[in-house]
Write a protein that binds this ligand. Sequence first.
Ligand code: GDP
Length: 205
Amino acid sequence: MADNRYVTKVEFITSGVHPGDFPELGLPEIAIAGRSNVGKSSLINKLVNRRRIARVSNTPGRTQLLNFFTVNDRFSICDLPGYGYARVPAAVQRQWGPMVERYLIEREPLRALLLLVDVRREPGEWESQVATWTSAQGLALIPVVTKIDKLSKSKRRLAIEKVAMQLGFSARQVVGWSAVSGEGLDDLWRAIQRQLPAEEDDSSE
Ligand code: GDP
């Protein structure tokens, strides 16, 4: 796996469903959401440079849990359950909305949400709903268009513009990402770091 200069330490903390299960870490938190198969696990693994950190979220029976881990002892990531897993019963699927909305409302350390959209799909009602909840809580939304390697440069630009428009952003605010080529890693880290309090001994620019 290519070197990732951003990450020195990653620690899986816990999984949970209810606010009572969520860890008290004393760190700002970034949440990550997307439909199943959007490339969420691949993105997380690449973002934090660990092959299998996001594997738990894809283990059958655990797909509906929120998974928490810390990065560099500086911030935490909450990997939200993928939306729309075919194997998950409809009754469980219906709990997704209330569970995530409650997390967004009650999770005090939460700063921003990465919303993943496949470059070959347009954001639908579900993505708009998540965007609405996020802004209602005064949280930053970072739209990420995944799998950009699947399209030519000109087509991906159009796809990114479309996603931006549908979510009420400018194209420049959308991160284009490929877990295959590693494109977007710098942009993604920059977008995350912008949401974190400044680090006193941070010598990078
Ligand atoms: P999740 O269900 O959202 O966690 O999605 P996964 O990370 O498991 O990815 C779903 C599928 O898309 C897998 O077959 C991945 O290999 C593939 N995939 C994920 N990210 C990318 C990407 O950036 N480019 C391409 N071409 N395929 C990807």
